[in-house]
Design a protein around this ligand. Structure first.
Ligand code: BT5
Length: 326
């Protein structure tokens, strides 16, 4: 209800909406409306109340409430249902619990803060309050589990496009799951899978983007390699806009992926790639390969060419970019 009232005020920004009108429209008492207005004020919204004219929105804080995010999205598709939390352990864990309880594809969980944000392999993802877009999307692609890898790359394309649209910055994608601006990590993606042998139950696509955080908000060991969009753009960035643009681009690419596979997104991925053509070291639990990253394949694997001319596929693991020899 609070979200619907906010949506109504946002659509009539600068104009009064009477309490009576809201109470009629939403079928609740004027006192109930007033309580939600008080609640929104508590969230930082500046709402003027006039005894005769009604309520008028005068200022919004930078929040990720669904009504704010939706202003930047096309209707329907991924993000048709957005669940907003002030603070959670991890949006991926919340989304997984919802998916296990039957939540439909496209359900999104977003939080202002994560107290236990997760990276890959049990690493930590710093997610301070009100400074980033920390969200997870539930997908239920009708695919065997072996075909899930390109979804992470597809998500990186959607992130890169959303960053470009919302900020004008030129992001780069580092295989498989990082988005960087000016060589520093501003986004990480964590894809988690629940599947049987033949069939995916659900995929949780977890995306974290550093938007308005300052380097002091991050622990020292992360500071050197990380940055935020605001730091790189030199001005604050609307998190709601970025989240809305991101969900729109994800929705677009996911529909393309279901119809035509990974190839169309793969072409765009290559244009954003800062990995291809570079000397890299790829390491996983079992191996360490040095060579030139030459291509990304249809299943999401990175193709590395070694000094002896042989080529090896890497499907998972860590990639470090090495300096180009002079
Ligand atoms: C990732 O892991 O990059 C995946 C991060 C996914 C985060 C999202 S937020 C929404 C959803 N809910 C979750 O709980 N997770 C997802 P990885 O490639 O393993 O990188 C993790 C490493 O990045 C850490 O070990 C740090 O060195 C560094 N790091 C941690 N927090 C960072 C931050 N905010 N910005 C940049 N680097 C960070």
């Amino acid at each position: 209800m609070k979200d619907r009232i906010l949506d109504r005020l946002l659509r009539n920004q600068g104009e009064y909406v009477s309490g009576e009108e809201l109470s009629r429209e939403f079928g609740v008492s004027r006192t109930a409306i007033w309580k939600h207005i008080a609640d929104l004020r508590g969230d930082g919204y500046q709402i003027e109340a006039h005894s005769r004219l009604g309520y008028r929105l005068q200022g919004s804080p930078d929040r990720l409430l669904p009504a704010e995010v939706r202003r930047w999205m096309e209707a329907g598709g991924l993000g048709a249902k957005i669940i907003h939390h002030e603070s959670v352990g991890s949006t991926n864990d919340e989304a997984r619990a919802l998916a296990a309880a039957g939540a439909p594809e496209g359900t999104v969980v977003v939080a202002e803060e994560q107290t236990g944000g997760k990276g890959r392999l049990g690493r930590r993802w710093e997610s301070p309050r009100g400074t980033g877009v920390w969200l997870s999307v539930i997908l239920r692609p009708p695919l065997p589990p072996a075909e899930v890898s390109p979804l992470t790359l597809m998500a990186a394309v959607a992130v890169a496009e959303a960053i470009e649209r919302a900020t004008g910055l030129r992001p780069g994608i580092k295989w498989p799951n990082d988005v960087l601006v000016n060589g520093r990590k501003v986004c990480g993606i964590l894809t988690e899978l629940s599947a049987e042998v033949e069939r995916i139950n659900h995929v949780i696509l977890g995306i974290g983007i550093n938007v308005n955080l300052a380097s002091a908000d991050l622990p020292e060991e992360v500071r050197g390699s990380a940055s935020s969009l605001a730091a790189e753009a030199g001005a604050p960035v609307s998190r709601a806009r970025l989240a809305g643009e991101l969900l729109s681009r994800l929705d677009y690419w996911y529909r393309v992926f279901l119809r035509q596979g990974f190839d169309p997104a793969r072409e765009v991925w290559k244009r954003y790639s800062i990995t291809l053509g570079r000397p890299v070291t790829a390491s996983s639990r079992t191996q360490r390969i040095e060579g030139i990253a030459v291509d990304v394949e249809g299943d999401g694997a990175l193709l590395i060419e070694m000094a002896d001319g042989s080529r090896q596929r890497v499907l998972a693991g860590e990639v470090t970019l090495r300096a180009i020899p002079t």
